[in-house]
Design a protein around this ligand. Structure first.
Ligand SMILES: Nc1ncnc2c1ncn2[C@@H]1O[C@H](COP(=O)(O)OP(=O)(O)OP(=O)(O)O)[C@@H](O)[C@H]1O
Length: 370
């Protein structure tokens, strides 16, 4: 079967829990090989959407397709095409890495003759070969995340879905996981849900922002900035008084404002942020004016991109009441860890597609002979 251009197609997806529209008519498409960031405040509907994509929850209405096939219509097919790493990545702590992947290869129905090769490749891709005989419970969190990713890519799926893959990791581990995810670009379509915005920006080709179950922004980081950021910012390192700086700016355009300015250092320089509404570029004029000024000394000038955080906040603006109630009450707990409906062709060992397995004890594999 050939893979269509869009490996993920979501059309008017809706999921209702009682009175809550957790997902409220979202539509999007993702091209093969792209890495997509899925962003939204707590309770926005990210996990619910991911669960529907993996076949774990059924949509109330609408269609989700993976590789052109409806998730609801053919969950068994979907199970083979998706690798899922859920939030907190639950793993059997008493197993060794290789034992676990062997067990998972069986659950994923990788043909017996291909399992060894698939495990070797997953171990290699996730730089786990040297840790293959280690007990998972004794690994660092970063290594455990790598085991989760190795599991997700084991069956060479078309789509990988990861919920908060770098949460709780130290900066070194974050870089390793980021590089690992980036290495999947072009090979697999990856959806990452995360609250770590710089992370998403560095890794993703496309970002989808949802709020209250609806898509409120979608595109590349540059496209999102273009849509949600209505001002241009420059950062200048300057020695001289704020008054002189303001007077110089007024000769260029009256709306150019000193948005903030740091304390002056011992060398007399301060860092000032200069802002103007709109997208017109004043960089060259600023540079010429400040460089020519008799009482101001300028040692650097650069245009400053708005952080993704500003885009996120603009797209998902919520009232204090909403934020407060989330803090006080917390979101409604997620669905119990079982599918909405039993799905066809599923054995008790495979309750959801590529689910994070806690292997039931009778199936717990024996250590591999060395
Ligand atoms: N099983 C459930 N029963 C009732 N309500 C649910 C259930 N699962 C999710 N919800 C509600 O649906 C909404 C969306 O939840 P969801 O977990 O998808 O959000 P999220 O964007 O993943 O949030 P977070 O970032 O906090 O994980 C929330 O209001 C949540 O309380």
């Amino acid at each position: 079967m050939t893979t269509p251009k869009h490996t993920i197609e979501v059309e008017q997806l809706h999921k209702r829990f009682g009175k809550i529209d957790a997902v409220d008519g979202i539509s999007f498409k993702v091209e093969k090989g792209q890495i997509v960031g899925f962003l939204g405040p707590n309770g926005a509907g990210k996990s619910t959407t991911m669960r529907i994509l993996t076949g774990f929850n059924r949509a109330t209405s609408g269609v989700a397709k993976i590789c052109g096939v409806s998730v609801a219509a053919d969950p068994h097919f979907i199970k083979r095409r998706i690798g899922y790493m859920p939030e907190n990545n639950p793993l059997p702590l008493d197993l060794r890495v290789r034992e676990y992947l062997k067990y998972r290869a069986k659950v994923k129905e990788i043909p017996f003759g291909k399992r060894r090769r698939a495990i070797e490749q997953a171990l290699e891709s996730c730089d786990l070969t040297r840790a293959q005989d280690r007990i998972i419970g004794k690994l660092s969190k970063g290594f455990r995340q790598r085991v989760g990713i190795a599991d997700a890519i084991l069956a060479n799926p078309d789509v990988i879905i990861m919920d908060e893959p770098t949460i709780g990791l130290d900066p070194h581990q974050v870089i390793l996981i980021r590089d690992l995810i980036a290495s999947l670009r072009g090979r697999m379509t990856v959806i990452i849900s995360s609250h770590i915005l710089p992370e998403i920006e560095m890794t993703c080709d496309q970002i989808i922002i949802i709020n209250h179950g609806k898509i409120v922004g979608q595109g590349s980081p540059a496209q999102l900035r273009d849509t949600f950021i209505d001002h241009t910012t420059y950062e200048v390192e300057i020695a001289g008084t704020t008054k002189e700086l303001e007077t110089a700016l007024a000769t260029i355009a009256s709306e150019l404002q000193v948005e903030r300015i740091s304390e002056r250092g011992e060398d007399g320089y301060a860092t000032a942020e200069i802002q103007i509404k709109g997208k017109r570029d004043y960089g060259e004029r600023l540079f010429k004016t400040l460089a020519a000024h008799p009482h101001l000394r300028t040692r650097s000038l650069r245009s400053k991109m708005a952080p993704l955080e500003d885009v996120f906040l603009a797209a998902t603006r919520r009232s204090w009441e909403e934020v407060d109630s989330n803090l006080l009450e917390g979101p409604v707990p997620p669905a119990p860890q079982q599918p909405d409906q039993p799905q066809a062709n599923q054995t008790p060992a495979t309750p959801i597609p590529n689910e994070p397995a806690q292997p039931p004890s009778p199936e717990t594999p024996k250590p591999e002979p060395k």
